[in-house]
Ligand binder design. Structure first.
Ligand SMILES: C[S@@+](CC[C@H](N)C(=O)[O-])C[C@H]1O[C@@H](n2cnc3c(N)ncnc32)[C@H](O)[C@@H]1O
Length: 286
């Protein structure tokens, strides 16, 4: 497992890892749902597709806030995550469905969606121009999208603090901002250009800044364990290095996190870009 998971990693080991850490990861990033869902247009019944839905938390949250008559479908490349999302769905939630799909290439449905949404699910495509052109086909002309991606590393100490601690103990390759990975669109212009070329327009980028409860609200030592086990490939790299290195990382991160602990929970600052826009009319070549 490397630091830059591609789609193929997510369909296997990375998806399993997200599933194993799901409760803590979802509780940690749930503050992002509010600005992301606010960026959707839920004032009338509509069809919404959640891209890279993972365990389906946001998909279900959207369904609960959407107007009666709406349908919300979650798509993810990881069979393990789709299985879990399906199990979470309550029997009366008939307007929600979860499907395994590689959204970079999956054929568009006969009836395209009115809105696309994604919480951190669109940064892992192997061929982003082709993948975003494919996503455009999933949206009806004039249909809208709202995508959340991580902002600059410098404004996301929840991640850089952990990376710095690990890099003090073992050799870490430098981050690869061009490769698939969570911070790939930290420079918003990169994604704006891709979306524009794929046929999207009327685009805006809003930034959400706030504090994320590490692991959902854990004290420093537990938060350090959670971060090392869940974020990126730090846990795997430290396990390869040995017990001494892992213990040193735990201690050092616990000390760093304790400076950010209040009322028993470590909270670290984060910055998220929320991209919104619409699919423009059909292009001539279609
Ligand atoms: C960081 S997780 C976010 C999951 C979920 N949206 C959430 O916020 O809880 C990224 C998700 O994108 C999915 N993913 C990555 N590449 C994908 C692709 N090509 N097609 C569909 N899903 C993909 C992964 O399997 C994973 O569930």
């Amino acid at each position: 497992m490397n630091e830059n998971p591609a789609a193929s990693d997510w369909s296997a080991a990375r998806g399993e890892k997200w599933r194993a850490q799901l409760a803590g990861m979802e509780a940690m990033i749930t503050p992002v749902d509010e600005p992301l869902i606010r960026a959707l247009h839920l004032d009338a019944p509509c069809r919404i597709a959640d891209i890279g839905c993972g365990g389906g938390w946001t998909t279900l949250e959207i369904l609960r806030r959407a107007r009666a008559g709406s349908v919300v479908h979650g798509f993810d490349i990881s069979p393990a995550l789709i299985e879990l999302a399906r199990a979470r769905k309550r029997s009366e939630e008939r307007a929600v469905a979860f499907e395994i799909a590689d959204m970079a290439t999956a054929a568009a449905p006969e009836e395209p969606y009115d809105q696309l949404v994604s919480r951190f699910g669109i940064m892992f495509f192997d061929d982003p121009p082709a993948a975003f052109a494919n996503l455009a086909r999933w949206l009806a002309p004039g249909g809208r999208f709202a995508f959340a991606v991580w902002g600059p590393l410098a404004e996301n100490p929840w991640m850089t603090t952990v990376r710095e601690v690990v890099a003090e103990i073992i050799d870490m390759p430098p981050p690869e901002p061009q490769a698939p990975g969570p911070f790939r669109y930290a420079e918003a212009d990169k994604l704006l250009v891709l979306l524009d070329r794929a046929g999207f327009g009327e685009m805006e980028v809003g930034d959400w800044r706030g504090a994320l409860p590490i692991g959902g609200g854990l004290p420093a030592a537990e938060a350090a364990n959670f971060a090392l086990a869940s974020f990126s490939s730090f846990g795997e790299l430290l396990a390869e290095a040995g017990d001494e290195e892992l213990n040193a990382a735990r201690q050092s991160l616990t000390a760093r996190f304790s400076r950010h602990q209040q009322e028993g929970a470590v909270r670290m600052d984060a910055c998220v870009h929320i991209f919104t826009g619409a699919r423009l009319g059909y292009r001539q070549e279609e």
